[in-house]
Design a protein around this ligand. Structure first.
Ligand code: SAH
Length: 220
């Protein structure tokens, strides 16, 4: 589906083989990571590092998440029974968005830095991905018009989960995002599952994400 040179396809394959060896995700999720090119989401100057299992800069002091973490978050997202709608807070370069677009019927994604959002739009259009709706806004409020979502994914770390995001999770849905640790330095990737009566919380792993900030930064 996504055209790319042999070199990057084989490099991507080797990266996904490493992720597979760590049992981080189901075969379905690994197959998606094998198909979605990561190098087209970063600057050409660093594209040769796109298939290292590492965070890379995407400008505006932001980063594209590490493949290991994308695999884990996507795997958690894929575990819901109903894959109608996902909401992502923090589009960044749009790589996680593109991966989610292969799992969910509709993906809604919110970014507070306008030039990043515009670039992500272009990259996804070039990949002929048509089931993603973008919004330039502060994601703290989620996207109530399209809620509830079967999955809400946050790719920036907050002191605590914004209440409006919890409110927009569908029954049996999941909210997956990094949250600052209260007791020691660092962040935890946390998953909340919405049941009839409560949210069931589980910690997935320790992580290091950029902070979730207030307000927006428009193109000058
Ligand atoms: N999944 C993205 C991660 C980008 S880093 C990728 O792989 O490229 C996190 C992103 O969250 C940044 O682009 C940052 O601008 C954005 N962000 C931070 N706070 C936000 C907020 N309040 N609302 C929306 N986006 C936010």
């Amino acid at each position: 589906m996504f055209g790319s040179g042999m070199t990057s396809a084989s490099a991507r394959g080797r990266l996904v083989d490493k992720l597979a060896a760590q049992n981080l995700a189901t075969p379905e999720v690994l197959e998606i990571l094998r198909e979605v090119p990561r190098h087209v989401f970063v600057d050409e100057a660093i594209a040769h590092r796109a298939y290292d299992d590492t965070v890379l800069p995407i400008g505006f002091q932001q980063t594209i998440s590490q493949p290991t973490i994308v695999a884990m978050m996507t795997n958690a997202a894929a575990g819901v029974a109903d894959r109608s709608r996902a909401l992502e807070i923090g589009t960044g370069c749009g790589y996680q968005t593109a991966v989610l677009s292969r799992l969910f019927d509709e993906v809604y994604t919110v970014e507070r830095i306008e030039p990043l959002q515009l670039r992500a739009r272009r990259t996804l259009a070039n990949l002929e991905i048509t089931n993603v709706t973008f919004k330039f806004a502060d994601g703290h409020d989620g996207w109530p018009e399209y809620s509830p979502f079967n999955v809400v994914i946050g790719t920036a770390s907050a002191e605590e989960v914004p209440t409006s995001l919890c409110n927009q999770v569908a029954l049996d849905g999941r909210l997956i995002m990094p949250v600052d640790n209260q007791v020691y330095v660092g962040q935890s990737l946390v998953q909340w599952e919405r049941t009839e009566s409560t949210f069931r919380k589980s910690n997935l792993c320790g992580v290091r994400f950029v902070p979730m900030l207030r307000g927006v930064e428009a193109t000058p």
